[in-house]
Design a protein around this ligand. Structure first.
Ligand code: T4K
Length: 381
C-alpha cells in the first residue's frame, strides 16, 4: 500500500506568530507616537528584556543577523585572516568578505560539526587575527578549547550564534561566550523579529561603538564620528520581538516534543543517523532537526530522499550543503585543509521540518513516509 502525500506543503520551517490582537494592540502605541525607527521606545524595551534574558547589558539590536555580524567584525577592528567553518549558512563568511577579511576554512569535528579546535590551532599563522566559529543548528562549539586557543595566540573569538537563541550551558546563555556573539532573529528562528539580530559581548565599552556603527557612525546631533552603516532594528520588528518573547518557553516545549517524536521514530531506521545526545549541562533550543543519510551504494541517497519527499509535499532542506568554499563565488579562496569531516557531513545532512505549530500526527506521518521509502528500497535490493 502506498503513502498519501500531505494535502498542503510541509516546509522545513514555519514562523510562529503571536496572537494578532496582541500585535495590533502594540501597533496602536506606534501609531500614537509615530516613532518608527532610530532607537525608539519599543526597541529600548525589547533591548532591556533581552538584556534580562541574556543576563548582560552588553547587547545591541540590529535589523538582521548578517549586518550585526558585519558591524561586530568592523567594531572589533578585525584584520587579515579569520579562521572559520565551511559548514554554515553563507552569511557567516560573507560577513568576513564584506569587511575585506580573508576566510581561512578549517575542518569540523564529526559529532556536532563545530570547528575542530586542533585544526583551528594548526591553521594559525602570523596573519590570523580572529576565530569566527558557528554553533551549527544550535549545537555548542567546544567552548573551552576554543577559548584556550584564542587566549594562547592572542586572537579574538567571535561566535556566529545565529541558531543558538535560548541555548544554555550550565544555565548560562551561550551568547555570553567569546568576545562577541551574533544572534539572528530571522523569521525562521525559534525567537524572531521577522528580520533582526543582535550582538552580545564581553566588553561594555563596545556598546557605544556598535550602536554608533549601526546608525551611520552617528552618535548624536547628525555628526558622524566613524564610517558606519544603517543596520538599525525598527519599531515594528521590535514589537514582534516583544510579543514573541512571552511565547518562547511554549515554543521551545513544542519544538522539543516534535524533536522527541522524530528521534524515537527514526532511531530504528538503519539508513538514518541521528545527532548524538547532548551532555546533561546543555539546554538545547531545538532549532533544527538534522539527520544524516548513510548514502549506501544500494540504498537511497540523501539527494534522492530529499527529492522523493517533495512528491509527498514534504520540503526538507540540505542545510548546509554545498560547503561555502565549494560555492562558485568562493572559488578565489584557497583552502589548505582537505575538510574531510565537513565534506562528509555536507553530503549526508538533511534538515527535516521542525516548528512549533507542526502537528504531532504530521511528524508521525513524515516518519511513516521516510520509513516506507527506505523499506521499499531495502526490499528491492
Ligand atoms: N549565520 C548563520 C549560521 C545563519 O544560519 C544565518 C541565517 C545567518 C548567519 C544570517 O542571519 P540573518 O541575516 O538571516 O538574520 C533561511 C534564513 O533566511 C536565514 O536567516 C537562515 N540563517 C537560514 C539557515 O535559513 P533560506 O534561504 O533557507 O530561507 P527560505 O526563504 O528558503 O525559508 C526556509 C523555509 O521557511 C521556506 O521553505 C518556507 C519557510 N518560511 C520562510 C520565511 C522567510 C516561511 O514559512 N515564512 C517565512 O516568512 O534562509
Amino acid at each position: 500500500m502506498g503513502m498519501k502525500p500531505f494535502e498542503f506543503p510541509i516546509y522545513v520551517n514555519k514562523p510562529y506568530l503571536p496572537p494578532l490582537d496582541d500585535f495590533v494592540e502594540g501597533l496602536k502605541e506606534i501609531w500614537e507616537t509615530k516613532w518608527l525607527s532610530n532607537n525608539g521606545p519599543v526597541l529600548r524595551r525589547l533591548e532591556a528584556k533581552l538584556a534580562d534574558f541574556f543576563q548582560t547589558d552588553n547587547i545591541s539590536l540590529f535589523n538582521n543577523g548578517t549586518l550585526a555580524l558585519q558591524v561586530g567584525l568592523q567594531g572589533l577592528e578585525v584584520r587579515g585572516d579569520v579562521i572559520t567553518t565551511p559548514f554554515t549558512f553563507v552569511a557567516t563568511s560573507n560577513a568576513l568578505i564584506m569587511n575585506g577579511l580573508n576566510p581561512v576554512f578549517c575542518d569540523v569535528e564529526p559529532d556536532y560539526f563545530t570547528l575542530d579546535p586542533e585544526k583551528v590551532e594548526a591553521s594559525i599563522t602570523s596573519n590570523t587575527s580572529a576565530i569566527l566559529a558557528v554553533h551549527p543548528f544550535g549545537y555548542p562549539c567546544k567552548l573551552e578549547l576554543l577559548e584556550k586557543i584564542a587566549q594562547k595566540h592572542g586572537l579574538l573569538l567571535i561566535y556566529d550564534a545565529a541558531h543558538a537563541f535560548g541555548v544554555k550551558i550550565n544555565g548560562e546563555p551561550i551568547a555570553k561566550f567569546g568576545d562577541v556573539s551574533m544572534l539572528s532573529f530571522h523569521a525562521t528562528k525559534p525567537f524572531h523579529t521577522a528580520e533582526g539580530g543582535a550582538l552580545v559581548y564581553k566588553n561594555k565599552n563596545l556598546k557605544r561603538k556598535f550602536d554608533c556603527l549601526k546608525n551611520h557612525g552617528i552618535e548624536r546631533d547628525f555628526e558622524a564620528e566613524m564610517v558606519g552603516t544603517n543596520a538599525k532594528m525598527n519599531e515594528l520588528q521590535a514589537l514582534m520581538g516583544e510579543k514573541m518573547l512571552g511565547h518562547f518557553d511554549w515554543i521551545l516545549k513544542r519544538r522539543r516534543q516534535v524533536q522527541e517524536i522524530y528521534r524515537k521514530r527514526l532511531a530504528d531506521i538503519e539508513e538514518v543517523q541521528l545527532m548524538p545526545e547532548l551532555p546533561f549541562n546543555v539546554e538545547y533550543n531545538h532549532s533544527f532537526m538534522p539527520i544524516q543519510i548513510s548514502n549506501d551504494e544500494f540504498g537511497m541517497s540523501r539527494d534522492t530522499l530529499c527529492e522523493v519527499l517533495k512528491r509527498y509535499n514534504v520540503f526538507a532542506r540540505r542545510y548546509f550543503s554545498p560547503l561555502i568554499p565549494d560555492l562558485k563565488c568562493y572559488s578565489h579562496v584557497r583552502v589548505k585543509d582537505p575538510l574531510v569531516n565537513a565534506r562528509k557531513v555536507a553530503s549526508r545532512i538533511l534538515a527535516l521540518p521542525l516548528y512549533a505549530d507542526l502537528g504531532q500526527e504530521d511528524v508521525h506521518r513524515i516518519c511513516d513516509i521516510i520509513d516506507f521509502l527506505f523499506k521499499g528500497k531495502r526490499l528491492n535490493k
